[in-house]
Every structure is written in C-alpha cells, then in structure tokens.
Write a protein that binds this ligand. Sequence first.
Ligand code: F6R
Length: 241
Amino acid sequence: MKLIVVENYGEMSRIAADMISKRMLEKPDMTLGLATGGTPTGMYQELIAGASKKNISFKQITTVNLDEYVGLEATHPNSYRFYMNDRFFQHIDIDLENTFVPNGAAADLAQECHWYDETIKQLGGIDLQVLGIGTNGHIGFNEPGTPFDKTTHVVELTESTRKANERFFSEGKVPTHAITMGIKTIMQSKEIVLLSSGEKKADALQQLVEGSITNLFPASVLKLHNNLTIVADQASIKKLD
Ligand code: F6R
C-alpha cells in the first residue's frame, strides 16, 4: 500500500487525474473503473481540462462504474448514469457505448448483475479502479458485513449511507437498494486508487490504515491488494499515528 499525502482537495484531484492520464498514455485502450459521489468530481474536472490542454483522447477508453441506485432510470437526475454523463462523459471524446454503469432500472436485477460481471471479464478486467470511501468503510456500495467474495450484487443501503447521500438528492428520497460491483470484482482490478478528502473521512482512513482486515470495515480488504495507492489530504489523515 502506498499512501500519498496531499495538501487539500484540489491537489488530491490533480494527482488522481495525473495518475489516470499517465496510465492512459501507457495503455490508450485501458479499462478505467470509476466512482461517483463528492470525492471524484474535482478529478473529473481536472481530467476534462487536461484532455483539452494536453490533447489526451478517451476515444479508445472503456469505463465501468462501481454502482447505481435500484429503481432510478438513466435519465433521473440523481442516477449515477446521469451524474457520469453530466459531469464527465459529455465533456470528453469518449464513445458512450464504451461506458458502463449498472442499470438500476433493469427488470431482472440478478441478470443485470451477472451481465455486468461478464462485461468486465470480457473487457479483460479493470486496469485501474478509482474508489472513494464511505464513513462506515464501504467501497462501492459494499456495506459493513459484505463477504469479501461477492461479485456484482444488489444491496440494501444502510441508514448512514442513505443519510450521507441525501445531500445529492434533488428529487425524492435516497433509494433503499443499489447494484454494486462486489468486493471480489473490485479486488480483481490490476490497480486501485482510493481518494480521501476532508475531516469527515478521518476516522475511516485511520481504521483503513491502522485497523485489522475485517468485513465489518469493507475497505480494509484493500490492504490485501498488491497495487493500492491511497491519495489522502491533510484533513483526512489527521487521526493517523
Ligand atoms: C460511489 C461509491 C461510494 C462513494 C462513497 C464516498 O460510486 O461507490 O462508495 O465513493 O460513498 O462518497 P463521497 O465521495 O460522496 O464521500
């Protein structure tokens, strides 16, 4: 595990975007695993700015997102598909056909989960997966207690996660369920970059770095990955020894 400590959110976003751009130059047809939420929005802005400044193309890139709310159509302003199109995809030259987000409105959710894992397999796996971290240690929507051997599946969201995500909801309530890439799927990524910013993540980051590996704190599994980089700002590492 490599820990890169940065000053603030802006620097975290720039470093994350630089890491991705570097990998894209090495492998222009890479598969990039992406996250939503508040943490990566600055990174998307940096990637958009960098793409036009440095002439970096996403034409051959494929993306797979971690998760999606059950019951929200792609056009719903709070769906993660909408978030990705709105904040990232429509500002770069990526082919939308090469962007994958689980379909939370699928009639058969079990089949959707199976199809999602098959898609990732057919892509040859994820080259670099970007993660945020929940205050309860969730990664993707893998809540505490999720077995480490889970592939993509449907989860019931905890109250704390629904509460934390209320801030994004412009319409209606935070859904009760989501589809998420499983921990096994995430751990099969060749490289993982976890981003952490702000004081509210300080307890989670301390538990991740200093705590033991347990599925009661899902992010702890990442310590078993052989190519994990954590990019964390000063506020979020404040409780580290
Ligand atoms: C989002 C995701 C979640 C978030 C986590 C942190 O696709 O999978 O695990 O990364 O909830 O969210 P923020 O960044 O809003 O603090």
